[in-house]
Design a protein. Structure first.
Length: 198
């Protein structure tokens, strides 16, 4: 006669305890390793730092930048372009386009109460834009550094981030999704009418 054994499934609480215990053991082992081999640990940390510096140096030189500035003072573009804008056919001025572009960038980098996108502001802006207006705002926005979530931080923390300059359409496509409802539909309608793929 075969006997069956019942296996108790781990609850989420049990799994969390096991994960915390494993993490604590790993930290303890790492601490012991550093204590017993300080020279090796120093070489490992130095290797990581050197690898990072080489990565930043290559990235900066490939972009045609200054090596020292690229490593220690990356130029984060978080401001709207102030150059001349062609407003031919638009119902807004170049100054209004710059204001809208800055408001859109700020909406993408919304921080209250948590990091996220301020869809309400984006909808308010797009409710005031025609397709010709969008082209002027697109040009005013230029290309802003994007790290996959928002603008990268400035200062020393920018060195710990990975980012690329992206245009307004890229930002909109990355920050909005069909689940955003009305704002997504409105933005898609205007962006597509302006001749861009959204």
């Amino acid at each position: 006669m075969a006997t069956t054994t019942l296996v108790k499934k781990d609850t989420k609480k049990d799994l969390a305890k096991k994960a915390a215990s494993a993490a604590k053991k790993g930290i303890d082992k790492t601490g012991d390793l550093v204590k017993s081999n300080p020279k090796t640990a120093l070489y490992m940390v130095g290797g990581v730092v050197l690898g990072f510096v080489v990565y930043r140096l290559v990235k900066t030189l490939n972009a045609g930048g200054n090596a020292v500035d690229g490593i220690f003072n990356p130029d984060i573009d978080n401001q709207v372009d102030v150059g001349d804008l062609d407003t031919n056919g638009a119902t807004i001025t170049a100054k209004q386009a710059r204001v809208f572009a800055q408001q859109l960038l700020d909406a993408f980098n919304h921080k209250a109460p948590f990091w996220g996108t301020d869809e309400k502001t984006i909808l308010e802006i797009f409710n005031q834009l025609s397709q010709a207006d969008f082209k002027v705002v697109f040009n005013a926005f230029g290309k802003k550094d994007y790290n996959g979530y928002n603008s990268p931080p400035s200062g020393i923390f920018a060195n710990l981030d990975s980012y690329e300059p992206r245009d307004l359409v890229y930002w909109l496509k990355s920050e909005l999704s069909p689940s955003d409802g009305e704002v997504y539909k409105k933005v898609k309608q205007i962006v597509n009418a302006a001749g861009f793929a959204f």
